[in-house]
Design a protein around this ligand. Structure first.
Ligand code: PEP
Ligand code: MN
Length: 337
């Protein structure tokens, strides 16, 4: 519920009403605005109804939050959230590009790729030390050794590093090495992981599950916010449809939808969204045009020998060309790259 106080309500009214909400076992929220004090109450709406706040003379209106997700909803929080990862400000009118190889393979591969993407204008480095693989025989990442390399290369290049966490057991070591945590498509509804990551203070890059509805993605984000972490970026990375020509179907409808329904920023991952190198650049341009706050792109110094996702990874010169073609598109939609 959203509770708007009357403009003439005494300053202590907000605190007193919040205490009543909390005493009823609901989660109280305080959102002081420039004109009106707005309060929130999350939990069982029948309990809230019993409080009869609409008959409190200090209350102007009580309205339900219609969306199933509450903290993530624009109804409760109309202004855009800006997620800061290192020097990046995702969601604040800038267009941020995070790039890197699918996996940390070795120091040279990671460093060469990082130096190339930075020179081309990327502002974040993303690479996996823990990789979810469909086959148990696939390269699953170097784990702690990969994290160490990622941290070193991040420090050397000045790029903030983002890496995937798949298991709560690895969370501490990953938190100690990374600037932001990725939750991958396969774990979007791993609720124990969402709760644990929500308790950290690192920004989170949450990818849409391959068969998840947008509402389910936003409810997964709600878990992170409900656990206390508001620095959440959601990612459209393509979904499974009847179409098999491409690895996934990149759902760009999701971008204006997410921007309308939530205050969280949204990135597009055209690498996993298409699975095919040649389609990454056109879909990256489309993502910028339809209002995404940035991109996640896989780049490898030599995709032909990549240990994972080589077919969708750009060569460094292709990434550089993409950044050059992106600039006028980003500018045309009123953003800065
Ligand atoms: C990845 O980012 O390399 C990855 C495994 O992505 P997703 O979780 O979207 O499949
Ligand atoms: Mn990948």
């Amino acid at each position: 519920m959203i509770i708007v106080l009357r403009p003439d309500a005494a300053p202590e009214a907000a605190q007193q009403i919040l205490e009543r909400i909390e005493a009823a076992g609901l989660k109280p929220l305080h959102m002081p605005g420039s004109e009106r004090v707005v309060l929130g109450a999350l939990g069982d709406e029948r309990v809230l109804a019993e409080l009869q706040l609409e008959s409190d003379p200090r209350v102007e209106s009580v309205k339900p939050i219609l969306a199933p997700y509450k903290l993530v909803s624009r109804e409760l929080h109309p202004h855009d959230t800006i997620v800061r990862i290192g020097g990046m400000a995702i969601g604040g009118g800038r267009f941020e590009v995070i790039a890197g190889p699918c996996a940390v393979e070795n120091r040279e591969q990671l460093r060469n790729t990082a130096v190339a993407v930075k020179a081309a204008g990327a502002s974040g480095l993303r690479a996996g030390a823990y990789k979810p693989r469909t086959s148990p025989y696939g390269f699953a990442g170097h784990g702690p050794a990969g994290l160490k390399l990622l941290r070193e290369v991040g420090d050397e290049t000045g790029l903030p590093v983002i890496t995937e966490v798949m298991d709560t057991a690895d969370l501490d070591i990953i938190v100690n090495h990374a600037d932001a945590l990725q939750i991958g498509a396969r774990n979007m509804q791993n609720f124990a992981l969402l709760r644990a990551v929500g308790k950290t203070r690192l920004p989170v890059v949450l990818k849409r599950g391959m068969s998840a509805k947008i509402e389910e993605l936003l409810l997964a984000a709600e878990y992170l916010l409900a656990a206390g972490n508001e620095q959440v970026v959601v990612v459209e990375r393509g979904i499974r449809t009847f179409e098999t020509a491409t690895r996934n179907t990149l759902d760009l409808n999701a971008i204006p939808y997410i921007k309308q329904k939530t205050h969280l920023p949204v990135l597009v991952d055209p690498s996993h969204g298409t699975g095919i190198r040649d389609f990454v650049a056109p879909m990256a341009l489309a993502a910028a045009a339809c209002g995404a706050d940035g991109l996640l792109i896989e780049v490898h110094e030599n995709p032909a020998v990549a240990l994972s996702d080589g077919a969708q990874s750009l060569y460094p010169h292709q990434f550089e060309a993409l950044m050059a073609t992106l600039r006028p598109v980003v500018k045309a939609v009123g953003r800065e790259l």
